[in-house]
Design a protein around this ligand. Structure first.
Ligand code: ATP
Ligand code: MG
Length: 337
């Protein structure tokens, strides 16, 4: 137990989790919890950086994100699920780390750049009116990771530049104050960037292009029926190019057994898009069935979920205190110890 490395991973409580989360992070997370001490952060502080005017949304989604983690097979006996804002050490570390990062470096972070563009409406149209809090979220994320001696951070591809920034902070910290913090490595899944229903490079909770793990049959049918297919395939028997089709893209993820046939028939013009979509709806529901059944079990037992979160937060707090003690000593701010 003691020699196991620590993992820090998690989500922002900005919505329910979707296929992007599953294939990008959750699937791997479930496997890794067997061999690592896994800390799963429900990043409400980070969610507030661009949802500060909507605290109800963040509060409500904490439970949703926990339910989705349990639904995919996270075992609370093996993994520690906790709420970010209840670990004040993370905020404390963020303050000290902010001395080690320049403002221009934060502006250059490719993830932050893309997200600023996507969030124009939140910050105003100028692109200049980004808040200090949002610009600094990679610093806060360095706090999240290092507060738990996170050695491995399983993430989707969109987060690589953010982990890179944590590494820089850790190196600088250790150089100035002596060896203190663990330098993390990011860990990518096989499918590290799942596209959205609209063909966008990233399926995102806040991008309105996601298939959620908890979506019901009707919702999934509507979404898949509206998905983008090869625009050159107009009539049922026209040959199509599956590489330009979002429906084929999801067949590859959830209909592995029949995906070759889908490809061949589409190219040959023997498969109509409507039938192809119907098959995908069935495969998707089959894939989601065990996840949704487990979710239902926990949805019906809110007191069990509360207890998991409470216990997890207590355990995480103990670990963060231990790391903070080390940081205070090495930064020479352990005045009365
Ligand atoms: P938001 O739009 O609010 O930022 P999000 O969908 O990006 O939500 P996060 O909570 O920010 O979700 O991300 C949690 C984790 O899931 C991160 O590791 C992220 O890289 C991963 N992830 C999110 N979307 C995808 C995706 N489409 N493909 C692969 N990984 C993803
Ligand atoms: Mg995100």
């Amino acid at each position: 137990m003691e020699n196991k490395k620590n993992i820090l991973t998690g989500e922002r409580p900005t919505g329910r989790l979707h296929l992007g989360h599953y294939f990008g992070a959750l699937k791997r997370r479930v496997e890794l919890q067997e061999d690592y001490n896994t800390y799963i952060i429900i990043a409400d502080v980070q969610a507030l950086t661009d949802n500060f005017d909507n605290p109800e949304k963040v509060r409500k989604n904490i439970r949703e994100v926990v339910l989705d983690n349990l639904a995919v097979g996270i075992d609370p006996e093996k993994s520690t699920i906790f709420i970010q804002s209840m670990i004040p050490e993370i905020a404390e570390l963020t303050v000290y780390y902010s001395n080690l990062v320049t403002v221009s470096r934060l502006y250059r972070n490719p993830t932050v750049k893309t997200e600023i563009k996507q969030k124009k409406d939140v910050f105003g149209n100028e692109g200049e009116s980004v808040t200090y809090g949002f610009l600094g979220y990679p610093v806060s994320q360095a706090g999240d990771i290092t507060a738990f001696d996170g050695a491995l951070v399983p993430v989707g591809a969109d987060q690589i530049p953010v982990i890179e920034q944590t590494k820089e902070i850790v190196r600088k910290f250790n150089k100035i104050y002596g060896p203190t913090l663990v330098e993390p490595q990011h860990l990518l899944s096989e499918n590290s960037r799942i596209k959205g229903l609209d063909g966008n490079e990233k399926m995102g909770k806040s991008l309105n292009n996601a298939i959620f793990l908890s979506d019901d049959y009707e919702t999934i049918s509507k979404k898949i029926m509206g998905a983008i297919t090869d625009t050159n395939k107009i009539k049922k028997n026209d040959p199509g190019n599956p590489d330009n089709c979002m429906v084929y893209y999801y067949h590859k993820l959830v209909n592995k057994d029949n995906v070759k046939t889908v490809n061949v028939e589409c190219r040959a013009g023997t498969r109509g898009c409507v039938d192809c979509k119907k098959e995908l709806i069935e495969s998707m529901m089959k894939f989601l069935k065990p996840i949704q059944e487990r979710r239902k079990y926990y949805e019906e037992r809110p007191e069990v979920v509360d207890e998991i979160l409470k216990k997890g937060t207590e355990k995480a707090g103990k670990k963060a205190k231990e790391v903070m003690k080390r940081v205070r000593q090495n930064m020479k701010i352990d005045y009365f110890d």
